[in-house]
Design a protein around this ligand. Structure first.
Ligand SMILES: Nc1ncnc2c1ncn2[C@@H]1O[C@H](COP(=O)(O)OP(=O)(O)OP(=O)(O)O)[C@@H](O)[C@H]1O
Ligand SMILES: [Mg+2]
Length: 289
């Protein structure tokens, strides 16, 4: 009996959060690095479906770093990164678009639809959702890597109004119509800002931001915006974590109320974060407490 009472308590604990987020937009960036295991992927999708069914408006932006690298290796192209961003020549951007818009995007759409919830997969090309210009990294041209100049929310809004979960691959176009690869973290924070989302969640393949990357117990559970530059300069944050923390700051600046980095490999980490008082992962805040 006690078991059932405890289950009921868990549901009741979720009630204030369900009320708070009813009708609110939540942008979830699902990192490619945490997408490799099918069971984990299915559990992330379950969390998103549940959020939808209790009245949230989830919007998914996905990466696909591992899948892109695997495909590039298979066809004999080497992956190179600068400041955590993929160096993207013309041949690479073709592969990026094929893998992200085709394989990764549609697999997420199908997993959602297996729950009888409708999803629509788009890239930033569709409906001119993501307009970009070439992004320079330390003043250097690293190819077709886009910096977002405009988010046009018309298509996303119309999908949400019609009860679809939008699933967005981070590809954009410049004024001349060239195709660009956009780091999915940047795409997620720009989209969250433009949609005036309530929450922005980065699901990745680590516990959160770690002070020592080799020590899981060194999780930093709360970071104030002003600490971020120092953490990058000291080398505490490196590689793919750099764009992610920059995006957390961007999200806060653009009015997103709460921004988190969570471990996408932990079953139901997102549900724990949203529906309980437990803080998991790293949360970002504007100021020190
Ligand atoms: N201080 C740090 N704490 C945690 N992870 C860190 C830190 N510094 C660097 N990292 C690296 O950042 C990685 C996460 O970024 P990565 O770009 O690889 O994944 P992702 O963004 O989730 O996936 P994708 O790029 O495919 O969307 C971690 O796996 C880790 O190796
Ligand atoms: Mg990344």
């Amino acid at each position: 009996m006690e078991k059932y009472i405890n289950k009921a308590k868990v549901l009741i604990e979720a009630l204030p959060y369900i009320k708070e987020f009813n009708g609110k937009k939540v942008v979830i960036k699902y990192g490619g690095s945490a997408m490799v295991d099918d069971a984990i992927k299915a559990s992330v999708i379950e969390d998103i479906v549940l959020m939808k069914l209790v009245g949230f408006q989830p919007v998914i932006v996905h990466g696909g770093g591992k899948e892109i690298s695997d495909m590039l290796t298979a066809i004999g192209i080497e992956s190179r990164f600068q400041n955590g961003l993929r160096v993207t020549d013309a041949a690479t951007v073709d592969v990026v678009e094929m893998v992200l818009a085709g394989k990764v995007n549609k697999s997420i759409v199908q997993l959602i639809q297996n729950h009888d919830i409708n999803a629509v997969g788009i890239t930033g090309k569709d409906g001119k959702t993501l307009k970009v210009k070439k992004k320079l990294v330390d003043g250097e041209d690293i190819g077709f890597v886009g910096e977002i100049t405009k988010v046009n929310t018309k298509l996303i809004d119309s999908l949400l109004e019609n009860d679809f979960i939008p699933v967005i691959a981070p590809i954009g176009t410049d004024e001349a119509g060239n195709t660009y690869n956009i780091n999915a973290d940047y795409a997620a924070s720009a989209i969250a800002g433009a949609l005036e989302a309530e929450k922005l969640i980065f699901l990745t393949d680590v516990e959160g931001v770690l002070r020592d990357i080799d020590d899981k117990s060194s999780l930093i559970s709360k970071i104030a915006m002003e600490e971020v530059d120092t953490l990058i300069q000291e080398g505490v944050i490196s590689g793919g974590m750099i764009p992610k923390v920059e995006c957390c700051v961007e999200g806060l600046i653009h009015g997103v109320r709460s921004v988190h980095i969570l471990d996408g490999r932990v079953l139901h980490s997102m549900l724990l974060e949203i529906f309980t008082k437990k803080g998991v992962g790293t949360m970002f805040c504007k100021y020190f407490d």
